[in-house]
Design a protein around this ligand. Structure first.
Ligand code: 5AD
Ligand code: SF4
Length: 474
C-alpha cells in the first residue's frame, strides 16, 4: 500500500526531470483479463482529466476490455476524479454510493478510483476505512501502472492503494484512445509550481514537468497523419512551459511556433496564467494563422488586494495591461476567463472591483465559481467570513454581468461568415451538426453528416448567450 501525503507532494526538489520511456508494460497475467468484459470510465473535472481518461481507456483496451457507456453493464468501473472544489468531491461519493449497490449484486465487478481525489490523504483514508468494498486506487502520477495494480489486486484479493506523492518524471510512450477523430488533446507539461493559495492542483498534480519539444512535435505530426484537424496543447499553466529545462532555452513561444509549423490546421492551448504571458508569445500567436485567436486568461478577481491574498502575483492594473495588449495585437481574438467569488476576506468593495473589471474587459465568456475551501492549501487557514447566501448573491450578480457581455460578443457575429470545424451531431436534433469557430464559439448548423470533421464556412444567422446558429455558406 502506498498512500498519498501532502507534505511530500508540496516538496519541489531540485532533481532533474527524467524522461522515462519504458514504464508501460502489461504483465502476461493480465494481458487478456478484459476478454469478453466491458469497462466504464466516468470523468470529472478539467481537460487534463479528460485526456488522462483517454489514456486509461487505451490501457484497458490493451488488456482486451471493450467500452460501455452504461455503468450497470460494466465489469470494471473507474472514476477519474476531480478535487478542485467540494461539489466535485460530492459527485464522486454520490456515484460510489450507486456503485456499491451494483457491487452487491455483481460480485466480480472491479471498482477503482483515479485522478486528483486519489492524491488526497483524507480521501484515501476515507476509502480505506469506509469503502473497503472497492478494489483499487491509483493516482495521477502512475496511470501507466494500472495493469500491475490490477494484477496485484487479483493476486491478493484486497483493496489495492498505489498513489505516488512526489513524482518528478515525465512518462512517455503511453497509449491513448481519443474521444474525437478530429481534435486531440496533447499534454505539453504536467503539474504546477504556482501554488495559488486556494488551489489544490500543485499538490494533486505535483511539480512542473515539461515534455520534450521533440516528443510533442512527433505526437502532433502523427495526429496530422491520422487526419486530425486540431490540437489543444494542455497544461495547468502552459505559459510556464520549458521553464523547468536545465540545459535548454526553449519556451512556450518556441513550442507554439514549432507546432504551428507542422501545418496542423488549428492549434489551441490551455490554460494560461497571466504571470508568464510574454510579448513574444503574443507575437507568435498573431503571426501564425493556424494558432487560434482564442485565449483563456483566468483573472480570478478584479481586486488587487484579493489577488495578493490569492498569491496570483499580478495586479488588476497589470492584468488589464496584458489584456489590452492581447486585444490590440491579435485582431479578433476572443478572451475568456475564470473568476472566483467569496474568497476569504472578499469585501463588497472587492467584489465591486471584480464586476468593474468584467465591465471593462467585456469577456467573451467566463467560468465563475464560489470559493471552495481545500484542505491543505494556505487559503484554508484564512478566515472564511462571508455567508453562503452572500456568496450566492455575488455569483448571481457576476453571472448576469458575464452573460450580458457574452451575448453582446455573439451578437456582433450575426451576418458574418466564419470557418467552423464541425465535430459532432447535435444530441437534440440529428439533422444539426455542432462545431467551434477559431475563436471557440459553439455553432449549431443544419448540415449533412458529410461535413463532419471538416472546417467549413458558416454564415451566422442568430446569436444566443452560449452559442450561435448558422448555415453552411457554399
Ligand atoms: N475554489 C473555487 N474555485 C477554484 N478554482 C481553483 N481552485 C478553486 C477553489 N478552491 C477555479 C479557478 C481555476 C479554475 C480551474 O477553478 O478559477 O482557474
Ligand atoms: Fe492552481 Fe494557480 Fe496552478 Fe492554476 S496556476 S493550477 S490556479 S495553482
Amino acid at each position: 500500500m502506498l498512500k498519498p501525503n501532502f507534505k511530500e507532494a508540496k516538496k519541489r526538489n531540485k532533481e532533474d526531470i527524467k524522461i522515462i520511456r519504458d514504464k508501460y508494460v502489461i504483465p502476461k497475467e493480465v494481458e487478456n483479463i478484459g476478454l469478453n468484459k466491458k469497462y466504464y470510465i466516468k470523468t470529472y473535472g478539467c481537460q487534463m482529466n479528460e485526456h488522462d481518461s483517454e489514456v486509461i481507456k487505451a490501457i484497458l483496451e490493451d488488456m482486451k476490455y471493450t467500452r460501455t457507456d452504461d455503468y450497470l453493464d460494466a465489469d470494471i468501473i473507474i472514476l477519474n476524479t476531480c478535487a478542485i472544489r467540494e461539489n466535485a468531491h460530492n459527485k464522486t461519493f454520490g456515484m460510489l454510493g450507486r456503485i456499491k449497490h451494483l457491487k452487491q449484486t455483481k460480485k466480480d465487478l472491479l471498482v477503482g478510483l483515479a485522478g486528483c481525489m486519489s492524491q488526497e490523504e483524507s480521501v484515501v483514508d476515507e476509502i480505506i476505512n469506509k469503502y473497503k468494498w472497492m478494489d483499487f486506487v491509483f493516482g495521477t502520477h502512475n496511470i501507466y501502472d494500472l495493469p500491475n495494480i490490477l494484477k496485484k489486486h487479483i493476486e491478493e484479493n484486497k483493496l489495492e492503494v498505489e498513489v505516488l506523492s512526489n513524482e518528478g518524471n515525465v512518462i512517455e510512450g503511453l497509449p491513448s484512445k481519443r474521444d474525437s477523430k478530429y481534435k486531440a488533446w496533447v499534454n505539453i507539461m504536467y503539474g504546477c509550481d504556482k501554488f495559488c493559495t486556494y488551489c489544490i492542483v500543485p499538490y494533486t498534480r505535483g511539480k512542473q514537468r515539461s515534455r520534450m519539444p521533440e516528443d510533442i512535435i512527433d505526437e502532433v505530426k502523427d495526429l496530422i497523419k491520422k487526419g486530425y484537424k486540431e490540437v489543444t496543447l494542455l497544461g495547468q499553466n502552459v505559459n510556464a512551459y520549458g521553464k523547468d529545462f536545465r540545459n535548454r532555452d526553449y519556451k512556450m513561444e518556441d513550442l507554439l511556433r514549432d507546432v504551428a509549423k507542422t501545418g496542423i490546421e488549428r492549434v489551441r492551448f490551455v490554460t494560461s496564467h497571466p504571470w508568464d504571458f510574454t510579448d513574444n508569445m503574443i507575437d507568435v500567436i498573431a503571426k501564425y494563422d493556424n494558432i487560434c485567436n482564442y485565449i483563456h486568461l483566468p483573472v480570478q478577481s478584479g481586486s488587487s488586494r484579493i489577488l495578493k491574498l490569492m498569491g496570483r502575483r499580478y495586479t488588476k492594473e497589470s492584468y488589464l495591461e496584458l489584456y489590452n495588449k492581447i486585444r490590440n495585437k491579435i485582431k479578433g481574438c476572443s478572451i475568456t476567463t475564470d473568476i472566483i467569488v467569496g474568497f476569504p476576506g472578499e469585501t463588497k468593495e472587492d467584489f465591486e472591483e471584480t464586476l468593474d473589471l468584467v465591465k471593462t474587459c467585456k469577456f467573451d465568456s467566463a467560468f465563475t465559481f464560489i470559493y471552495s475551501k481545500r484542505k491543505g492549501t494556505p487559503a484554508a487557514l484564512m478566515e472564511d467570513n462571508i455567508s453562503k447566501e452572500e456568496k450566492e448573491v455575488r455569483l448571481h450578480k457576476l453571472n448576469d454581468e458575464v452573460n450580458k457581455y457574452a451575448k453582446i460578443a455573439n451578437d456582433k457575429l450575426v451576418g458574418k461568415i466564419l470557418p467552423v470545424l464541425l465535430e459532432s451531431v447535435s444530441e437534440k436534433d440529428k439533422n444539426m451538426l455542432a462545431g467551434y469557430t477559431d475563436t471557440m464559439k459553439l455553432v449549431n448548423v443544419k448540415a449533412d453528416k458529410k461535413y463532419l470533421g471538416k472546417i467549413v464556412n458558416v454564415k451566422i444567422l442568430e446569436a444566443k448567450t452560449w452559442s450561435l446558429d448558422g448555415e453552411i455558406d457554399e
